[in-house]
Design a protein around this ligand. Structure first.
Ligand code: NAP
Length: 264
């Protein structure tokens, strides 16, 4: 229900955002606060979360913080319980937490592969499953999963990351199919290159190729028709649309926002 004291496209909305301590998750928290939402923000470390909290509270939002590793089921159970207790309900889940590591497939350690799948795929599954049980009972809700262009195509030296994001796109579609009858929308965002700490991890990719980081970034940019990397706020703007009633007619979609890099 809209809150007259804080008008906006998400007025009165209660949102849970994972990976909100920096980058895209922080930008979503700020945009959601600007649009009138109250927030439950999570990540594994508190210091950066507190910075996001201050930025969101400046827009009048109630903001509750919680540290949890999304790959740990018991931690996620406690997190969802705390979110519902703090906000009363969850209207929108933004499943944004993610990790990246570059390695050639033949060189990936099983531990690194496992870690990426556990955070990017199983983490999204744990959080989504528990929140969907709550939303299903309320017969209302929206889920926004943060996938990637890596969830739609092939990329050198990131097979684990791409596998996790392809799986997240598939999970999004299946969840949308099952949740449609309950009035719950489940969609994914597939960003291209976005200026965050994660982009810096491309240094690993450059090292594997034996090419300077700057050259790798130039080559990346050459593939983007808009000739620039995206800002986190641009991804957040799409997350506002998917979290609001404006997207009521859309479900099961994985939306590319990548400067035109992929046109599929
Ligand atoms: N940047 C890009 O170019 C790009 C492109 C496509 C998709 N994406 C996706 O967008 C999402 C956000 O990425 P970003 O670029 O903003 O990356 P980022 O700056 O590295 O932020 C990642 C966020 O996830 C949190 N996180 C990491 N592991 C976690 C875990 N086990 N449990 C809970 N939280 C965890 C981090 O917080 P702590 O470290 O404090 O836990 C941080 O808040 C990711 O899913 C990423 O795959 C990014």
């Amino acid at each position: 229900m809209a809150d007259a004291s804080r008008p906006g496209r998400l007025s009165g909305c209660k949102a849970l955002i994972t990976g909100a301590s920096r980058g895209i998750g922080r930008a979503i928290a700020i945009r959601y606060a600007e649009e009138g939402a109250d927030l439950f923000l999570t990540a594994t470390s508190m210091a950066k979360l507190e910075e996001t909290q201050a930025l969101a509270e400046a827009h009048g939002a109630k903001v509750v913080l919680h540290c949890a590793d999304v790959s740990v089921r018991t931690a996620v159970e406690a997190m969802i319980g705390a979110a519902i207790a703090a906000l009363g309900r969850i209207d929108v889940l933004v499943n944004n937490a993610g990790v990246y590591k570059a390695a050639r497939l033949v060189d990936y350690t099983a531990e690194d592969f496992d870690r990426i799948m556990k955070v990017n795929l199983y983490g999204a599954f744990h959080v989504m499953q528990l929140v969907l049980r709550h939303m299903q009972a309320n017969r209302h809700g929206k889920v926004v999963n943060m996938a990637s262009t890596g969830g739609k195509w092939s990329s050198l030296n990131q097979s684990a990351y791409n596998a996790s994001k392809h799986a997240l796109v598939g999970l999004t579609r299946c969840a949308a199919l099952e949740m449609g009858p309950y009035g719950i929308n489940v969609n994914a965002i597939c960003p291209g290159f976005v200026e965050t700490d994660m982009l810096d991890a491309f240094r690993e990719h450059a090292a594997i190729l034996g090419v300077p980081f700057e050259k790798v970034m130039e080559a990346a940019l050459a593939r983007v028709p808009l000739k620039r990397f995206l800002k986190p706020k641009e991804i957040a703007d799409l997350a506002v649309y998917l979290g609001s009633s404006e997207s009521d007619g859309m479900t099961g979609q994985s939306l590319l926002i990548d400067g035109g890099m992929l046109m599929v």
